[in-house]
Design a protein around this ligand. Sequence first.
Ligand SMILES: [Zn+2]
Ligand SMILES: [Zn+2]
Length: 246
Amino acid sequence: MKVRFLGTNGWYSTEFGNTSCVLIESEKYYIVLDAGDGIYKLDRYVKTEKPIHLFLSHLHLDHIIGFHLFGKFRFQQTVNIYGFRGTKDGLQIIRHPYTAPFSDLSFPVEIHDLQESRYNLPFTFTCKLLFHADPCLGYRLELDDQVVTYCTDTGMCNSLYELAQNAALLITECSLKPGQNECGWPHLNPVEAANIAKQANAKQLVLTHFDANFYRTMKDRCKAEAAAKEIFTNTTYAYDGFEVEL
Ligand SMILES: [Zn+2]
Ligand SMILES: [Zn+2]
């Protein structure tokens, strides 16, 4: 299984990264996590007709702005989009006069609202509400006999520990800088992320969703990684193009 980071910024794109998007290529599926504008790179990697399942954490624009450029894709398969209750309604914004609606695309799109629960697609995943300014889901995906957990955007909450339990890979946001705690909306700093990985007994932690306003250079991301490593050694910061093989 290959995990590729297509967008690793929070809030807005800069010369260092696009907004949030991760692509997991498993044996049978393409799993896309969030649809920030990093999603424009998706057609570099989706080369077969394996089913595409796209999971949205929430509807903040840095996680859905990429739907604006869906018209460039020529997929042969259906794109299934999942998000918390209200996603189907919320994504009605993808229409005229803002952008082309899903119904104009050359491939089918189906949107599914989720509750906090465990599902079989047939692959198994669990989703739980995190702690953010608007409803936001974290995901625990069971793929190719391994667990990948994806949690952004959130402050500290119990769901994080539950979703990350013994995960082979834990991907969390890292909007805040080391020592930073308050930015108005609930988010994590690298030390908080590392504490979750440690207490949940995850095997590996990757930090992403670096707030573009706080993380101005790659050096800032290095410093976040170093702060996290003091608590959880197997931590790496993500950058656009970063890959993890599981
Ligand atoms: Zn965000
Ligand atoms: Zn958000």
